[in-house]
Write a protein that binds this ligand. Structure first.
Ligand code: GDP
Length: 364
């Protein structure tokens, strides 16, 4: 599955947000009760209204949303790269994630101490990015030193690694995170395997007060400008509101949201933003037994998409009967879509599109 690490300075609202994410009614849906893998790891359902629509049309007995993993990575302070705070353990936790949700304190509250004594989310973002860049630099230098012998032996893989590490090092020494490096298509795999902390995509989460959840404030606007300049994403959230919503049932939370001037829980937006950030897409399998959503990366072929369900589906792939979501809805289901000629038989080369309703045929 896909994993998003929640980072931020102490007291910015990370735990509040993480608890809301993992305790929410959606996370506890009947099919997959929220499971605590570790105290700081939670799996949440990815909200998708399309799945509900498909299940209604097909009278599916069960609805099984796709899932995303969040990891609460506490302990990032100034000096983390030097082993202060939780230091290395913390950095190892980030290394294993696919993307970073960086929570920034955008709320004023004299009762909640700020580690640097002032509310300045842009400066906080720089503090954390600097720690991550220092940690990357250290690991780059170590790894390049470890490659010297292989380079003498003309090892092609080592040459590629060293070249990519050198590119990252040059960027960081120039004050830029590794994600600003232009990586050629043929180097992408090796680049990803380097697991550099600052190469991961970042989503800034502006934690604002309850009153400012709908409008934002000067702090969150400063973050939005910074994110735009960096090419990163941002979302506006009130961790406190999310905490309250997570304790309400669906009807109560809808009323509460509308009182706050909000259309949907911030968590839904957060999860969707994470999806977009990771270039993830969803396809569906729909039948009377269940309607289910599956996660794939953009550009996934039909056999690979089948492999997400089961390895055998990929190995024995014959073809995928495919109906676009809109056609499925317009034709009121599979039979109607078939009749209207909207069901296509797609082969191995087909690139699955977001929203496709698929039925795989395969050899066993
Ligand atoms: P963490 O250290 O980043 O995990 O931060 P916590 O989630 O533990 O929050 C630190 C403190 O800030 C707690 O007392 C929270 O109740 C409080 N807090 C979190 N979000 C908000 C907010 O939007 N407004 C206010 N006033 N306090 C908040």
């Amino acid at each position: 599955g896909f994993k998003m690490g929640i980072v931020g300075l102490p007291n910015v609202g990370k735990s509040t947000l993480f608890n809301a994410l993992t305790r929410t009614a959606a996370a506890q849906a009947a099919n997959f009760p929220f499971c605590t893998i570790e105290p700081n790891v939670g799996e949440v359902n990815v909200p998708d209204a399309r799945l509900d629509a498909l299940a209604r049309i097909a009278s599916s007995k069960q609805i099984i949303p796709t899932r995303m993993t969040f990891v609460d990575i506490a302990g990032l302070v100034k000096g983390a790269s030097k082993g202060e705070g939780l230091g290395n353990q913390f950095l190892a936790n980030i290394r294993e994630t696919d993307a970073i949700a960086h929570v920034l304190r955008c709320f004023e509250d004299g009762d909640v101490t700020h580690v640097d004594g002032r509310v300045d989310p842009v400066a906080d973002a720089e503090t954390i990015e600097t720690e991550l860049m220092l940690a990357d630099l250290e690991s780059i230098e170590k790894r390049r030193a470890g490659l010297v012998r292989k380079l003498k032996g003309n090892d092609k893989e080592a040459q590629q690694q060293d070249r990519l590490l050198a590119d990252a090092q040059a960027a960081i020494e120039d004050g830029r995170p590794a994600r600003t490096v232009d990586v050629d298509a043929e180097d992408r795999r090796a680049w990803k395997l380097l697991q550099l902390l600052t190469s991961k995509p970042v989503l800034y989460v502006c934690n604002v007060s309850e009153e400012e959840a709908a409008t934002g404030n000067a702090h969150s606007e400063a973050v939005a400008a910074m994110a735009a300049a960096q090419g990163n994403a941002h979302v506006l959230i009130s961790a406190r509101i999310e905490e309250e919503i997570s304790q309400l049932d669906a009807e109560e939370s809808e009323m509460f949201l509308s009182e706050m001037g909000l259309e949907e829980p911030g968590l839904d937006r957060l999860i969707r933003a994470g999806y977009a950030l990771l270039h993830l897409e969803t396809y569906f399998t729909v039948g009377p037994k269940e309607a289910r959503a599956w996660t794939i990366r953009e550009g996934t072929s039909a056999p690979q998409a089948a492999g997400v369900i089961h390895g055998d589906f990929e190995k024995g792939f014959i073809r995928a009967e495919t109906i676009a979501f809109d056609d499925f809805v317009a034709c009121k289901g599979e039979a109607g879509a078939k009749e209207a000629g909207k069901m296509r038989a797609e082969g191995k080369a087909y690139i699955v599109k977001d929203g496709d309703v698929l039925h795989f045929l395969f050899n066993t």
